[in-house]
Design a protein around this ligand. Sequence first.
Ligand code: AKG
Ligand code: FE2
Length: 416
Amino acid sequence: MVRQRAAPSTPAAERAAAAAKKATAAKKAAAAARNAQKGAGSGSSKSSWNLMSALYVAIGVLVLAVVVATLQQQGHLFQAAEQPSTDAAAKRAPLPPVEDRSRGMSIKSIAERAKSLPCKNRHTDRDCHNFARHGHCSEAPGWMAVFCPASCNTCELKDPSVRCDAERIGYERTPALEPGSIDDLFANLPARYPEYNVTYLSRPPSGPWVVKFHNFLDDEEINTLINQAAGDLQRSTDQGGFSEDGVQEQVISQGRTSENAWCDDECESNPIVQRVMNRIAEATKVPQDNFESFQLLRYQIGQQYTRHHDSSASDNEMLAGPRILTFFLYLSDVEAGGGTRFTDLKPPITNNPERGSAILWPSVTNDDPRRIDSKTFHQALPVEKGTKLAANIWIHQYNYVLPNLHGCTGSFSEFE
Ligand SMILES: O=C(O)CCC(=O)C(=O)O
Ligand SMILES: [Fe+2]
């Protein structure tokens, strides 16, 4: 199981988060002024001199707060802002925005400053300084916070509990599924999509919901997805442990021997890819922002993915929550083998690849979308003849794009 999504560059959500942060700073300044005014007014003397001085104090505090906020945004107070603190309350306090801390500075001054910081870049200093200079600290803040913290002057964000603070990134969690939603969704699919001749491979009460959409993709869509993957395929990985800065190790495993490529920003902005994503969002009634990127897969003879689950209970601790649904697209027929087998059903069921078809199943239970559905363990059987091309769309309970942008989903794609 891999989790990855290309970091989108400054999506609307990120701009909204930045705007919200600015609004909060302004509100804080106003509140400070209001408090100062209140404090002055609560004194025993009611003389007009006292009122006037209270007003001057309030105005003074307001001006000071605005000046401090502005200087912080422009990076002039970076020395003070980056002081590491182990104090939990201080960690919860709003952090200065990362935007513009390094954008446009000369490489020399970024390098000078980085040398004096208590943390080091994980990527080469030269590249990191260059990325920072060109605004990537705000455009790909999660990746940069983990790999180039010194160049962005965001050493405090190496700590995932700081980096992934929901308030800091302006994250509001709206669940895609409520208890009962899965049954409603799956029960209604055949009636909603007569054009795809939706059939149940399995359904409650005897098994989990697994539905098949026939001819879900047309030739143009299939070819576009295949072309996007061409040239980018790499040996697939499984998820390993977490490092202390919240990055999940990707391990080569004997259980997963296919190759895969991620649909990056350019691929995702392709209108034909968009058309497919929109259709999946409409079919599942989950917004696209809850999707990981398309993961395109190629299995050659003997390649497989042994029994696994797409989600794990610990995903409930991540901002995006667990994967709740898998929408799996078949981009080729396979001459022999290569079926998707739901291993834990009695008897197990196998769906054979059929170019253009898709299957959909839940990874969590209908009654409690926080609980992993133990009935949906599955495997990709080894290809015996031919080549299998396919694609995963993993769908989360909450918005995935924003936490991914901030490096809070466990892994990153290399950003270009
Ligand atoms: O290839 C298949 O049939 C299933 C692949 C799969 O389960 C996965 O990539 O998680
Ligand atoms: Fe899977």
